[in-house]
Design a protein around this ligand. Structure first.
Ligand code: NDP
Length: 286
């Protein structure tokens, strides 16, 4: 009673780490909130979200598979949610429900905190689904030298290049797409990348989207390999480790996107008080 109510919506959702993450941020910043989880039926996101906000809910995190439903549900989108084409954070202000997307900002902050230089870097982004689209804007804003998007179906990678072409030009980034198959064919002539991000769903089944041959040319000991999947050392990370590269899973991105959502809800004043890296360390120790 008296506490502002928040929730994460997804399906499945019971293993979500978001309630713990937000409870820790609330403790760190002495905010009294209630944070629960919601598991709408696959076709019932709107009904669940309507009920939640009508009952006074203040904000919602949205995860697989509802990020597009959340985009439809929001009355108004922030510019970065528009660019991302998906919404992972909803909040209500003066009876207007806003949709935002903090995934890309979360990834960028996790990379920067880990000491990865993005300005001037050569970046390879594997995958052209929702996760890739969500992080492209924030990555381009860091002004890397080059961003190559590689996807199984080249069409989807091309679409992203079209969509983000103007932003890339304004930050003087050389933006290209390539079919994963072509990356494999030219395995002998590929040049190494400073940062390779796996945003494909391949990690979930412990496959890597690239062959060992391609990995040998893409990674050097100076590369950094980032897998958006978290909680395990994936086949993709093992390929990079074998070539002496540094690696990270996506748990830091999860915590950092949650931190941004928390600050949207509870106010930027909390930013000095919350400690996402302490929360990340706690999650790693569980
Ligand atoms: P989508 O379904 O939108 O896209 C999946 C992408 O993976 C497509 O580009 C698809 O290629 C590619 N893909 C799937 N299987 C393979 C395979 N075996 N080999 C090569 N490519 C493959 O998913 P999302 O973009 O939403 O999510 C991608 C991953 O990112 C998920 O594992 C998700 O858990 C993770 N994620 C992590 C976050 C975090 O906070 N750490 C946040 C958001 C996502 P094609 O187009 O050719 O089918």
């Amino acid at each position: 009673p008296g506490k502002d109510v928040y929730a994460v919506a997804g399906n499945p959702i019971t293993h979500s780490k978001s309630p713990l993450i937000h409870q820790r941020f609330a403790q760190q910043s002495q905010q009294k909130i209630h944070y629960g989880f919601l598991q709408p039926e696959l076709d019932a996101f709107k009904k669940t979200a309507d009920t939640f906000f009508s009952a006074g809910g203040k904000g919602m995190n949205v995860t697989v598979p509802f990020k597009l439903d959340a985009r439809e549900f929001a009355h108004q989108l922030t510019p970065r949610a528009q660019l991302a084409g998906a919404v992972n954070t909803l909040y209500i202000q003066n009876a207007i429900i806003y949709g935002d997307n903090t995934d890309g900002a979360g990834l960028v902050r996790d990379l920067l905190v880990q000491g990865i230089a993005l300005r001037g870097a050569r970046i390879l982004l594997l995958g052209a689904g929702g996760a890739s689209r969500g992080v492209m804007g924030p990555l381009l804003e860091q002004a890397p030298k080059q961003l190559v998007i590689a996807n199984r179906s080249a069409d989807k990678a091309n679409e992203l290049v079209q969509l983000f072409g103007a932003l890339a030009t304004s930050h003087q980034v050389f933006l290209q797409s390539v079919a994963l198959g072509d990356l494999e064919k030219s395995a002998n002539t590929n040049t190494p990348f400073d940062l390779v991000i796996n945003a494909t769903a391949a990690g979930l089944t412990d496959e890597s989207p690239i062959s060992d041959a391609a990995a040998s040319t893409i990674f050097t000991s100076k590369s950094f390999a980032y897998d958006m999947v978290y909680g395990k050392t994936t086949a993709f990370m093992r390929q990079a480790l074998y070539r002496g590269a540094r690696v990270s899973d996506g748990l830091g991105m999860l915590v950092e996107q949650a931190a941004d959502a928390f600050l949207i809800w509870r106010g930027a004043d909390c930013s000095q008080k919350i400690d996402p890296r302490a929360v990340l360390n706690e999650l790693r120790s569980l």
